[in-house]
Write a protein that binds this ligand. Structure first.
Ligand SMILES: [Zn+2]
Length: 396
């Protein structure tokens, strides 16, 4: 038996309608949304600080209110959404549409509802009297590698007091998530020497050299799978190494000069992605390159990091875990997830960080993305319990 809640009675609803209406697909500007939120929060008395991308087309916003000389709480989320191109939607993705207790729209789960709830309830935090500061952190370019938030995090050491907690409201159906794998993405260019394939011995075949490296990474993957380290809180319970792109060669009768491969390492806390990458590079440089260079001194491998996002590794016994568990009500067991978030970057900056937000990752990135109205109600209750912890006690 579930009780039907009228969406329009929830404080979050009008704010969610507003946020969804801004098309903040990652490759587009988010400045209109940021300007709207900045105007709204400054009207409530927040201080706001923007950090921009190089082209000043996108911005992060850190908004703060309360006694800033004390440690406070950050509520954090990304403003960007994934594209709707090529997806079959039954309604306008940039207009919230209600059907059967669900609200449809791009970003309803990932993750504008958490932002909307935080913004909509900000006046209540203020009315209740903040005894600790409240920070709202809105980022850009999360969906394309957690790019934007790094500039916001770089400003946090300038705060008068370090926040004691960050809650990243990615969709977890309001369960508390204390870990996810890190991810290191690499691009490798293999440089060979072109010649007629009839004289293959006079050339350096970049495709074959790349294939040998890919095959070596596959042997590493089998080793990690079979011999660990293992951590059964993760699925799969080992570090993964995966090649996603290989491009090279122009014609069958030409020894290929160039080959490009892109691969990634998604690591458990017990694995060091740098050490795994060093093993891959060493194999390329010491086992494969000498033979290539013997034919052509300029042949060889070059590696370039495309992205690195650290994992989140909070302990179940951590105070922050217990603090957030208490906010969720009955549903308070912690878990770990396979998708990456900005949370590891906050933890790397020394701020205990937990992921907990409304909606489900199952709906994220798909056509007809939705949020259950009941999830919004749960998120509002969660934020009101946070008020109980960081605002003045209600007078008896
Ligand atoms: Zn997200």
């Amino acid at each position: 038996m579930s009780v039907q809640i009228a969406a329009r009675t929830l404080a979050t609803y009008p704010m969610l309608e507003k946020l969804v209406a801004f098309d903040t697909t990652s490759w587009k500007s988010n400045l209109e949304l940021i300007a709207f939120v900045q105007d709204y929060l400054e009207g409530l008395g927040f201080q706001t600080q923007l950090t921009y991308d190089d082209d000043r087309r996108k911005a992060n916003m850190l908004a703060s209110i309360g006694p800033l000389d004390r440690p406070g709480v950050i509520l954090s989320g990304h403003t960007d959404v994934v594209p709707v191109d090529g997806q079959a939607w039954d309604s306008d993705p940039f207009q919230v549409t209600e059907r059967d207790g669900l609200l449809f729209g791009r970003g309803t789960s990932d993750m504008k509802t958490f932002l909307a709830a935080s913004l909509a309830l900000a006046p209540e935090f203020i009315q209740r009297g903040l005894e600790r500061p409240l920070y709202l952190a809105l980022s850009y370019d999360e969906e394309v590698g957690c790019i934007g938030v790094r500039r916001l995090i770089a400003e946090l050491p300038a705060l008068p007091a370090k926040p004691f907690l960050c809650i990243v409201g990615e969709p977890t159906e309001m369960r508390i998530i204390i870990g996810h794998k890190g991810k290191k993405s690499m691009r490798c260019r293999v440089h060979g020497l072109e010649c007629h394939s009839a004289l293959a011995n006079q050339g350096v075949n970049a495709v074959e050299a790349a294939a040998e490296l890919v095959a070596y990474m596959k042997t590493m993957q089998r080793r990690l799978r079979d011999h660990g380290p293992h951590d059964h809180e993760y699925d799969p319970p080992y570090t993964t190494i995966h090649t996603g792109v290989i491009q090279g060669g122009t014609a069958l009768n030409i020894v290929p000069r160039e080959c490009l491969i892109e691969f990634e390492i998604r690591n458990l806390p017990d694995d060091d992605p740098e050490a795994l990458f060093a093993e891959i590079r060493d194999y390329a440089l010491t086992r494969l390159e000498p033979e290539m260079k013997a034919v052509h001194p300029e042949a060889g491998f070059t590696f370039e990091e495309v992205n690195f996002t650290p994992g989140l590794h909070m302990a179940a016994e951590d105070e922050a875990t217990a603090f957030v568990a208490a906010l969720t009500g009955a549903n308070n067991t912690s878990g770990r997830v396979s998708f990456g978030t900005e949370a590891g970057l906050f933890q790397d900056a020394g701020i205990p960080t937990i992921i907990c937000g409304p909606g489900s990752i199952e709906q994220a990135h798909k056509p007809n993305e939705f949020i259950a109205i009941e999830q919004i109600a749960q998120c509002e209750s969660f934020l009101r319990r946070l008020m109980d912890r960081i605002c003045r006690p209600a007078s008896a």
